[in-house]
Design a protein around this ligand. Structure first.
Ligand SMILES: Cc1cc2nc3c(=O)[nH]c(=O)nc-3n(C[C@H](O)[C@H](O)[C@H](O)COP(=O)(O)OP(=O)(O)OC[C@H]3O[C@@H](n4cnc5c(N)ncnc54)[C@H](O)[C@@H]3O)c2cc1C
Length: 485
């Protein structure tokens, strides 16, 4: 492996691949993509649970420059998205740049040489001028700290590490968690298992999913010039209207709440079950989910919803907070990901030996979510406050990739070796962001969600329209950066 690539990308999901494609197009060929797994794809490689699919329509949840008129459905399944990513890597000739089985365990800035030293888990290291961290926010599975979890003697696994060797047919299965993944796999496994015990902490708000397969005729139509792009544009603007509720006036969220309540009422006739599935927090302060088959699955004879919380896990059973013990054969954790610590937990040492944990002692933050002061030429994709609850993050990734490329061009133009965002630019940007976030649904809704860090601060989501983010990142402002000669 070239031990001195000009640019090092970490991660080969949508973000890492998107960066690599645009680097090549711009004539930068001296880069590597380090991927700790044996395959590319990130989220779409790891999540193979039954029913896994995107929840933003595929024609929008894909690269704008690589439209695919052949998507099988409005919301395509995991395997198809993974194939799409593989096809993109092939089409843009990324093979020679990809290095699998290379886990980055540390980044250290060399003040004298003005380079980054990238350490890998096997003891190898390389030196590089710029690093693009595309390690994903929903990547490290989060398992709940329930007493006795390790004592369970049957199979247990997290939805993002689905154990396909375990046959669930005819077994008593406990599902812990009712987030976006559980809503997709519960309807798939419910008809197969003998009993499904669903342990819900907080019910999600769920809206109908406008999903349908594309007929061969529709696909032929979408292959006509401009058709797929027009569909993408209409999806984009339809999704963007959902931001009105949190970016403009939280009262507008009531429209969504009404649609979710109607959906629940139509699908769950039993008033007692319906009451347990009705959220008591403002819609939108947690991710709004979409599904047509989750509620019907919960009304099945063999499915029971527990809402009292899990007190303990024993060798063959789960005990809820009321002391009720339920025997189970398998436990599936649909408990989401370690989102805010995924970034803050990394071993990154910047200028003057400063650790990123010290730089972020008051919370994870960056300028436009991309660069952070004291860490020159280190670029985050989908960094702090650039995730979305209402539209495709691929849109954000593309805006960030363009911004990073413009930063690299700025370096070439000015013959500087590195750029480091000025502390005052980062402060002003984040003060504005915080002031805006304080007024919005995530702070007012009275709920805890994975959007918030341990201090209850939203470090995850972009609080506005995505076109606004696009406009703000259109060009880097040279005055915001220290150019290191
Ligand atoms: C089930 C599921 C469904 C989703 N559906 C949608 C959706 O419909 N719409 C939407 O907008 N978003 C969705 N998301 C969010 C999704 O994560 C993003 O859309 C997108 O896939 C993120 O891409 P990424 O490249 O940033 O991260 P990832 O896809 O997570 O890729 C990160 C890559 O970095 C690698 N990596 C991490 N750390 C290291 C290291 N130290 N060294 C080397 N390699 C490393 C990982 O192995 C991985 O391959 C979904 C997420 C999940 C889990």
């Amino acid at each position: 492996m070239n031990a001195r690539p000009g640019i090092t990308i970490i991660g080969s999901g949508f973000a890492g691949l998107g960066m690599a494609i645009k680097l090549k197009e711009a004539g930068y060929h001296d880069f590597v993509i380090l991927e700790k797994a044996a395959e590319l794809g990130g989220t779409w490689r790891d999540n193979t649970y039954p029913g896994c699919a995107c929840d933003v329509p595929s024609h929008m949840y894909s690269f704008s420059y690589e439209l695919n008129p052949g998507w099988s459905r409005m919301f395509s399944p995991q395997a198809e998205i993974q194939d799409y990513l593989r096809a993109c890597a092939d089409r843009y000739g990324l093979g020679p740049h990809l290095r699998f089985g290379r886990e980055v365990v540390g980044l250290e800035y060399d003040d004298a040489a003005r380079d980054w030293r990238v350490s890998l888990s096997g003891g190898e290291s390389l030196t590089t001028n710029a690093v693009v961290s595309a390690t994903g926010a929903l990547h490290v599975p989060s398992l709940p700290a329930i007493p006795g979890r390790e004592t369970f003697s049957g199979p247990s696994f997290h939805s993002a590490r689905w154990d396909h060797s375990v046959d669930l047919t005819g077994r008593r299965v406990a599902v812990i968690g009712t987030g976006a993944s559980a809503v997709q796999f519960v309807p798939e496994i419910a008809p197969r298992v003998s009993r499904l015990h669903l342990f819900q902490r907080t019910p999600p708000w769920i809206q109908p999913k406008p999903d349908f397969p594309f007929s061969p005729r529709a696909k032929r139509f979408l292959a006509l010039p401009g058709a797929a792009r027009a569909l993408r544009a209409s999806i984009y603007w339809a999704l963007e209207t959902r931001a009105l509720g949190f970016a403009v006036d939280p009262r507008l969220m009531r429209v969504h709440e009404t649609s979710a309540r109607r959906h629940l009422a139509a699908q769950v006739p039993d008033p007692e079950l319906r009451a347990r599935l009705t959220p008591d927090y403002t819609i939108g302060c947690k991710r709004i989910l979409i599904s047509n088959d989750y509620y019907p699955a919960l009304t099945r004879e063999n499915v029971e919803v527990f809402t009292d919380g899990v007190r303990e896990i024993r060798e063959n059973s789960i005990v809820d907070a009321t002391g009720r013990e339920t025997e189970v054969d398998v436990i599936v954790y649909g408990t989401g990901f370690k989102v805010t610590d995924a970034l803050g937990g990394q071993r990154i040492v910047g200028r003057n030996g400063r650790k990123i944990q010290d730089a972020w002692q008051d919370g994870v933050e960056a300028y436009h979510g991309i660069t952070t002061t004291g860490f020159p030429n280190l670029f985050f994709l989908l960094g702090p406050n650039t995730g979305l609850g209402h539209n495709s993050v691929v849109f954000m990734i593309e805006a960030q990739v363009r911004y990073v490329l413009d930063c690299l061009r700025l370096l070439s133009r000015t013959k500087a070796r590195a750029l480091d965002v000025r502390p005052e630019a980062q402060r002003a940007y984040n003060d504005r962001l915080r002031a805006r976030l304080d007024r919005l649904v995530w702070s007012e809704g009275g709920c805890r969600s994975w959007y918030l860090d341990e201090h209850g601060v939203n470090r995850t989501l972009w609080p506005g329209f995505t076109f606004e983010y696009w406009a703000r990142t259109r060009r880097p402002r040279p005055a915001a950066f220290d150019l290191v000669p």
